[in-house]
Design a protein around this ligand. Structure first.
Ligand SMILES: CC(C)=CCC/C(C)=C/CC/C(C)=C/CC/C(C)=C/[C@@H]1[C@@H](COP(=O)(O)OP(=O)(O)O)[C@]1(C)CC/C=C(\C)CC/C=C(\C)CCC=C(C)C
Ligand code: MN
Length: 418
């Protein structure tokens, strides 16, 4: 348990727990600044009491025997706690504005721009759509199921993410220095202030003006790229989780304000953000498992080193690229974990605005099938690239539709087997 601070609080009720430096007592924060010091046992009682209150999310971390547990029922890793703080801040921001203004902040703000600007912006959005279609057919397919306004906003976010990733993965990657990433971050700050540098930035600048999108996940994605520049090994899942948050969990947080939360949803805002975060993490873990061979060719191993060792595997085995029983057993474990994050994400999709559920289900089901494809390749992710064929892709659309609009009778297992 970190000495400084363990927080397991619900931002909407403002109940909180602080682990005191003496490692014995907790400070319990209550709404309106009333707080008190109490023993560990009492603090656990308090937090259990607070979680039992109506409207509390099941996705919230719980405290068991002094350990903060994650939604998967495992003790929370330090990086999970750090990321969870971001989720709470994102959700608290939305809740604050909602309370102050008494409006649904996830509604689109009206456009107040001249016709010529609208024309230029439309062109910029069109270009973003073309880039998305060119680089990511599956995501593009998902965006076609969205309302036109949301589709444009997601294209703009997609393009910014893709350009950010290209800085460290693209053809000029070998020339990219931390300074270049600092400049990219300055450009980001500028576009959030309404000062876009180019057309594609202008589309995002317009999007963040219209939707309540916070800058923090964007900054964090750049941080992920910095991490990619300085690191090619991950000691354990704690380190890998943080990387996955930076480069992919952030996409989930960026997308929620666009997708919108259903006005009739009873879930807490943070539980929806948490599910979106889980979808990003699940996607990235899947990406990593699909690309083991490709990444190894670039000298990169995005797998927890301690878990590899537990299965008697080392870097040399990855570079040798032989599918052995040890490798299969290791992969089974990794796939199981990725699926747990997909399952966690599922809980949040139903809470999204009705019009957004279909595309999100579609992308979830499609991405999850890559894990099935790795299994079908007998875990050979060294020489074979797992992919979902066109027929399966199109068959996923009605399944996603059923999940989104009909009573959700299709379970994750059924969707996987399709
Ligand atoms: C409540 C709830 C479940 C809400 C849904 C929230 C939501 C829409 C989440 C989306 C999560 C998502 C799509 C994450 C993307 C993860 C990802 C693929 C990250 C990639 C990182 C780096 O990986 P790597 O370098 O190993 O991979 P490549 O070989 O380079 O591909 C990224 C490349 C970072 C950049 C991410 C993107 C370019 C994708 C951004 C996608 C969107 C904005 C589209 C989201 C749209 C739909 C329809 C889900
Ligand atoms: Mn990449």
């Amino acid at each position: 348990m970190p000495a400084a601070l363990v927080r397991a609080f619900n931002a909407s009720t403002l109940w909180g727990l602080e682990w005191k430096e003496n490692q014995r007592d907790f400070k319990v924060h209550r709404p309106f600044g009333v707080s008190f010091i109490c023993s560990h046992a009492n603090a656990v009682k308090q937090i259990v009491k607070c979680r039992g209150a109506p409207g509390m999310s099941e996705a919230m971390p719980t405290s068991v025997g002094g350990l903060v547990m994650n939604p998967l029922g495992k003790p929370m890793l330090p990086s999970e706690q750090k990321v969870y703080d971001v989720v709470l801040k994102q959700a608290a921001m939305v809740n604050d504005v909602k309370q102050q203004k008494g409006i649904n902040v996830l509604d689109v703000k009206p456009e107040i721009v001249s016709p010529s600007t609208i024309e230029l912006l439309n062109e910029a959005y069109e270009r973003c759509g073309e880039v998305c279609a060119e680089y990511a057919k599956t995501f593009y397919l998902g965006t076609l199921l969205m309302t036109p306004d949301r589709r444009k906003a997601i294209w703009a976010i997609y393009v910014w993410c893709r350009r950010t990733d290209e800085l460290v993965d693209g053809p000029n990657a070998s020339h990219i220095t931390p300074l270049a990433l600092d400049r990219w971050e300055q450009r980001l700050e500028d576009l959030f202030l309404g000062r876009p540098y180019d057309m594609l930035d202008a589309a995002l600048s317009d999007t963040v003006l219209k939707y309540p999108v916070d800058i923090q996940p964007f900054r964090d994605m750049i941080e992920g790229m910095r991490m990619d520049l300085r690191k090619s090994r991950y000691k354990n899942f704690n380190e890998l989780y943080l990387y996955c948050y930076y480069v992919a969990g952030t996409v989930g947080l960026m997308s929620v304000p666009i997708m919108g939360i259903a006005p009739e949803s009873k879930a807490t805002t943070e539980s929806v953000y948490n599910a979106a975060l889980a979808l990003g993490i699940a996607n990235q873990l899947t990406n990593i498992l699909r690309d083991v061979g490709e990444d190894a060719c670039r000298g990169r191993i995005y797998l927890p080193q301690d878990e590899l060792a537990q299965f008697g595997l080392s870097d040399e085995d990855i570079f040798a690229g032989k599918v052995t029983d040890r490798w299969r057993a290791f992969m089974k474990d990794q796939i199981k974990r990725a699926r747990m994050f997909f399952d966690e994400a599922e809980k949040g999709v139903t809470e999204l605005d009705k019009a957004s559920r279909w595309p999100v289900w579609a992308s979830l089901i499609l991405y999850r099938q890559i894990l099935d494809a790795i299994e079908a390749n007998d875990y050979d992710n060294f020489t074979k690239r797992a992919f979902v064929g066109k027929v399966k892709k199109f068959l996923s659309l009605p399944i996603a539709y059923t999940q989104a609009f009909v009573q959700p009778v299709v379970t994750s297992k059924f969707a996987r087997a399709s």
